[in-house]
Write a protein that binds this ligand. Structure first.
Ligand code: CTP
Length: 369
């Protein structure tokens, strides 16, 4: 049996960036030979094994065929006769379809190296279109490597457009869409992910609410996302900035279909509803500021309020205002309920006294600006 490092590890090594996971392909072995050599099988029917010590993945060389739509109906064929080239050929992009033997020789039958140099994301073969998830993956790699100058190759963009036009993207399961989107939001230039999906027509199919938002507001949501990307590495802040222009009905529809996790959903809802209430022209009054902090639940969860402020700043509420909001919240949070209790306040009157004192502190901040 022969073993080769494949996929992302070879790509990243050649790009000179740190390698995260190392995946291997094994040519010329049977499952039994892998088990005999001490590897552990992952899943009963799948030809993937874990190395007993490193826990890295070793997959038997395989080919894949597809009859059905979407990503249903795959037949996997793994046997000792499948060659390394055949295994590389079933992969998505040329830069992901290179291998390296243990003696260090790079095997590159599809011009991955050349495309790395030309900064191109190019599909390996027409088999790309058998898996619609690859549209999202290509957009995600574009988002990761855009700062290095990478672009989607013209013929690959044309192929992705054809796939969308033929309805392949209709079969993507919403949870998978979120999974890829969430990963994309972590990348260096997440706005590029949405740009690529928009350019090939997939955005309107997989995230129609965001597609409609782009239709209404043009580049603005992407500007918001870019500003949020500069300010925070966190998915929830980036997501909330992107979707800030949706109305609550659209946001709900998007969130529930994609099963967006609570932290992202809540931050988007809180910042969205705050934005709706934010006075458009004048500086907010002390009462308005108090209502905004109330609405964002900034009294009990100051960390979340900080995140809301990051979103507001990203969508263009002036830095002066967000600084003022932060300062107002901080000063008002210093109001000590115990001191008021010592003065004899309790129950509902105590709650009112706390709010009154807070308002006084906020007022002082507003006046001093
Ligand atoms: N692959 C593919 N089509 C998919 C998923 C994966 O062709 N739908 C192939 C690619 O060749 C990829 C390899 O399987 O390089 C491993 O997939 P994955 O670990 O998801 O990607 P990496 O390229 O390793 O990228 P990352 O750095 O994000 O882990």
């Amino acid at each position: 049996m022969k073993q080769y490092l494949v996929g992302g590890a070879v790509r990243d090594e050649l790009l000179g960036i740190p390698v995260k996971d190392r995946d291997w392909v094994v040519v010329g072995a049977t499952p039994q030979e892998m088990l005999d050599a001490g590897y552990k099988q992952v899943g009963a029917d799948f030809p993937v094994f874990l190395h007993p010590e490193t826990n890295e993945e070793y997959a038997l060389a395989r080919t894949e065929r597809k009859q059905g739509h979407g990503y249903h109906g795959f037949t996997v064929h793994a046997s000792p006769d499948v060659t390394l080239e055949e295994d590389l050929q079933r992969r998505d992009l040329t830069i992901n379809a290179m291998a390296k033997s243990v003696d260090g020789a790079v095997v590159d039958p599809f011009g991955g190296r050349e495309d790395l140099e030309a900064r191109l994301l190019r599909h390996v073969s027409s088999a790309f279109s058998e898996d619609p998830l690859r549209i999202l993956r290509t957009a995600r790699f574009a988002a990761r490597f855009a700062p290095l100058g990478f672009q989607v190759a013209e013929d690959t963009m044309a192929l992705m457009k054809r796939m969308v036009a033929e309805g392949e993207a209709d079969h993507l399961v919403a949870e998978r869409v979120w999974q890829e989107t969430c990963r994309a939001l972590h990348e260096k230039a997440p706005a590029v992910y949405f740009e690529v999906l928009d350019a090939c027509g997939a955005l309107a199919v997989v995230m129609p609410e965001i597609g409609a938002l782009f239709g209404r507001e043009g580049r603005e949501p992407l500007d918001h996302l870019e500003k949020a990307t500069e300010r925070s590495d966190d998915t929830d802040v980036r997501f909330a900035a992107l979707v800030s222009g949706l109305d609550s009905g659209e946001r709900e529809a998007l969130n529930s279909r994609m099963k967006v996790p609570n932290d992202c959903k809540e931050l988007a809802a809180a910042s969205g509803s705050l934005l709706e209430r934010f006075p458009a022209d004048d500086n907010p009054s002390a009462e308005q500021i108090q209502a905004l902090i109330d609405e964002g639940d900034g009294w009990r969860r100051p960390e979340r309020f900080e995140r809301i402020l990051l979103v507001l700043e990203s969508v263009g509420i002036g830095a002066d205002w967000t600084t003022m909001l932060a300062e107002a919240r901080y000063q008002a949070s210093q109001v000590d309920p115990k001191a008021l209790m010592a003065e004899g306040y309790k129950g509902k009157a105590l709650g009112q006294a706390i709010q009154r004192e807070r308002l006084r502190c906020i007022h002082d901040v507003v006046v001093s600006k």
